[in-house]
Design a protein around this ligand. Sequence first.
Ligand SMILES: [Cu+2]
Length: 343
Amino acid sequence: MRNRNLITATVAVAALGGGALVLTAAGGGGTIETVDFAKRVTATQPAFDARLAPASDANIKEFRIPIKDATIEIAKGVTYEGWTFGGTVPGPTLRVRVGDSVRVTVVNESPIPHSIDFHAARIPANVAYRMIMPRDSVSFAFLARDAGAFMVHCGTPPVTMHLMQGMYLPIIVDPQDGWGTKADKEFVLVQSEFYAKAGDSTKVGTMLPMQPDWQAERAKNATYVAFNGRAGQYKDNPLRVDVGDRVRFFVVNAGPNFDSDFHVVGAVFDRVYPDGNPKHVLEGVQTYGIPAGGGAVFEAVFAKDASGEGLYPFVTHSFADAEKGAVGIIQVGVPKQFARMSH
Ligand SMILES: [Cu+2]
């Protein structure tokens, strides 16, 4: 395992300066990467930025994640009073590599208790995932052992409420030796449902944020189903790739209740890694189902002579959910015109 000795080495962490990212030399030639998500916030306009950069070479990765209330936009022009990790829904994408030591500090800046649950960690839940009271924080560390696209979420009861409020984020764990192919573009997509009803209608003429609809959640009657927190946002702001690109999608299904049946119209997945485990590789896949609380890694090649220049909708093929907003577009190259599509 890469630099295993460093994980237990005594290390000195530099004080955080003004930047969100700090790289610090650790004893033995290793490096610590520190990211403070109070300072590095993912852009959500005009759409949640789904593009991914490679993980750094630091073998110790520290993340500080604030929990805070935030007004979010769950569909075009539709706001909602959410509970968030880092101020956005989904929260920030964490990216590490198998063999990394992952250190997490979560600070509760909201008025009610929350918690954090890492599906990528093998750790005593009662210690790491304990309740975090307002103004309190929790810190723990785990060794990234399992490659994949994993869900991270608040586990405070009622969990459905904390999920429908937006408390989830993805963590990507790259295999130690990479994915075996070179991707030209990488994107993260987190599917989730919102259950919302209109805000206080007594204030005529004001556009108030929507509120949680507990009854709709109990009936699993979602108001919106979204990729990366806002229904339909990638129809207006397509994911852009070039002709010939191999594109890797890290898809996490945060639910809380629905499966995601991930499909790209006009393409066949070259590879799918269920759970994001490279040992599980499937080839030539049309649609792959991701359970609530699960994830998978998909690769598609937009070759000139097959799935070349053009527009490719990505959906959950459970179409009632796609029609509620779980649909977007991949734009390959610069099509001369946006032809009418049936999706
Ligand atoms: Cu919570």
